[in-house]
Every structure is written in structure tokens, then in C-alpha cells.
Write a protein that binds this ligand. Structure first.
Ligand code: NAD
Length: 268
């Protein structure tokens, strides 16, 4: 005879809310690097799902325009300045650590100050934001931390020592937070995309096409996506969709993981 199944006290079953469902109404999100690319798409998606969004970026006009468009608040700060984090709101339910930058050079020629800057913006600042915001989430018994990592949080490429180091560190930080925060109803995950069509990458494509004397399609297909099975750039909205899903109902058991969105790169 089968034992009847009783509903347990755990997270709700895995569900995907329909578009336009304000399932984050009453929640507050803080998104860094929200004025452009992936961060911008995340801020828009979270706001469309009902969250009040803090748009954090050093790009003043773009941050203010976006905040106005989505009914959020702009915080124009340089996240490379450690103490600046103390001026940001700490009573948020969702943190998306997204701000980032790249510098390409071989290790022996990599400027140390550039290396340090990248660790500061992409590792130390997320740590500083989380150490301020986690206590409130713990108090309220709910929270979502989503760290925008990269395929380079899981794999290396030459000439990207600072970026690869920082993204691997962010993956580690995310896992530690997952372990500490679990008992408080807070999850922590990474979303780890391959190349995403953002202003940053579009400029790189144009530059490389010029430098190598090949077409932009060849740069994307043969150079950037050489190790990806899917030869197509990811769209910022795709990444935002994954972030939103991790903040949605029914994903309470998903924590300490890295959601690869790399077209099969890491399967290779
Ligand atoms: P982007 O350049 O379009 O946007 C980055 C934003 O971060 C900008 O608005 C910029 O002003 C802000 N920013 C950077 N340094 C800052 C600082 N010191 N203080 C305040 N704001 C700062 O870049 P993107 O492509 O959208 O990248 C966003 C995140 O996604 C980064 O962490 C990046 O590493 C990651 N990522 C990007 C790709 C890609 O292919 N584009 C792939 C994987 C991961």
C-alpha cells in the first residue's frame, strides 16, 4: 500500500509566472550596473514583475532615465570606491550583482592597478553589498541574490586574467552565501552567460572585424563563439529572464548553483 503524500512545508512547486504577473509586488531589488546591457534588462524585468528597483550605476544620465522609466530610484555612484556601498540602501529583498568591466592583456603585461580595480568592482563590491543587505533579508525570512557571473566564472580564456579571476571568485562568494543564507529563506545563485549582445560586446565585434579584416558575422561565429555549440549571441533579455525566474515562486530549492547560459560552451 502506498503511503499518502502530504504537502510538506518546503518551497512551492516549480512554476513560471505568466508575463505581466506582478509576483514581485512589495519586493525591492537593487541592481548594480543597471544603466546598460544585462543590468538594464534585469532592472526592467524586475520592475515589470512588480519590484521597486534601485538602479545603481556610475552612468548618471542613463541610470536616471531608466529609473524614471521603470518607476525606480537611481543611485549614481562609482562602485570602485569601497565606502560608496555604505551610501546605498540596505533594506532590499533582491540583489543583482551585475556591474563589471573587462581588460584584455597577457599576464606579464597586465597593469596591476587594472587587475585590482576589476577585483574591487566585481568581487569586493558584491561582498560589501551582501554584508549590508543580507541581515535585512534574514530578518524578513526571504531574499534572492543573483550574481551575474560568466562562462569565465567556470572556464578560462587567455588574456583575461583579472576577469576570469574575479568571476571565479564571485562563483565562490555566491556558494558561501548560499550555505549561510539557506536557513533564512534566502537563495544565492550565479547566472553565467557566454557572449551577450550588449554595447560592450557589439563594440568588440566591430573592433575585431576591423583588426582582422573579417566580417562581423565571422567574428561572432568563428572567434567569439568558437567554443559555443550555438553560434548565436545571447540577448540581455534572455539573461534577465533567468534572473527573474530565480527570483520567482518555486525556485526556493535552487541555491549555490551556477546557471550556465553559454550555448553549450561548458559542455564542450
Ligand atoms: P555593459 O558595459 O553594457 O554594462 C555594465 C554597466 O556597469 C555599465 O552601465 C557601467 O557603467 C556599469 N559599471 C561598470 N563599472 C562600474 C563602476 N565602477 N561603478 C558603477 N557602475 C559601473 O556590460 P554588460 O555586458 O551588460 O555586462 C554586465 C555584467 O555581465 C558584467 O558583470 C559582465 O561581466 C557580465 N557578462 C557579460 C557578458 C557579455 O557578453 N556581455 C557575458 C557574460 C557576463
Amino acid at each position: 500500500m502506498q503511503t499518502p503524500q502530504r504537502p510538506g512545508p518546503g518551497p512551492a512547486p516549480l512554476t513560471v509566472p505568466p508575463p505581466g504577473d506582478p509576483f514581485l509586488a512589495g519586493r525591492t531589488a537593487l541592481v548594480t550596473g543597471a544603466a546598460s546591457g544585462i543590468g538594464r534588462a534585469c532592472a526592467q524585468a524586475l520592475a515589470a514583475a512588480g519590484a521597486r528597483v534601485h538602479v545603481v550605476d556610475r552612468a548618471a544620465d542613463a541610470a536616471r532615465d531608466l529609473a524614471e522609466a521603470i518607476g525606480g530610484t537611481a543611485w549614481v555612484v562609482d562602485l570602485a570606491v569601497p565606502d560608496v556601498v555604505d551610501t546605498l540602501p540596505d533594506d532590499v529583498d533582491i540583489v543583482v550583482n551585475n556591474a563589471g568591466l573587462q581588460h584584455v592583456a597577457p599576464v606579464h603585461a597586465f597593469p596591476p592597478d587594472r587587475f585590482a580595480l576589476i577585483q574591487r568592482v566585481m568581487v569586493e563590491t558584491p561582498f560589501r553589498i551582501l554584508r549590508r543587505t543580507l541581515p535585512g533579508m534574514y530578518e524578513r525570512g526571504w531574499g534572492r541574490v543573483v550574481n551575474i557571473s560568466s562562462v569565465h566564472g567556470l572556464r578560462a580564456s587567455p588574456y583575461k586574467s583579472a576577469y576570469v579571476t574575479a568571476k571565479h571568485a564571485l562563483e565562490g562568494l555566491s556558494k558561501v552565501v548560499a550555505l549561510e543564507a539557506a536557513e533564512h529563506g534566502v537563495t544565492s545563485n550565479c547566472v553565467s552567460p557566454g557572449y551577450v549582445r550588449t554595447p560592450l560586446v557589439e563594440n568588440q565585434i566591430a573592433d575585431q572585424a576591423r583588426t582582422h579584416g573579417i566580417s562581423e558575422e565571422e567574428v561572432v561565429g568563428r572567434v567569439m563563439l568558437e567554443r559555443s555549440a550555438i553560434k548565436r549571441l545571447i540577448e540581455p533579455d534572455d539573461v534577465a529572464g533567468a534572473v527573474l525566474w530565480l527570483c520567482g515562486p518555486g525556485t526556493g530549492h535552487i541555491t549555490g548553483t551556477s546557471l550556465s547560459m553559454d550555448g553549450g560552451w561548458t559542455a564542450n
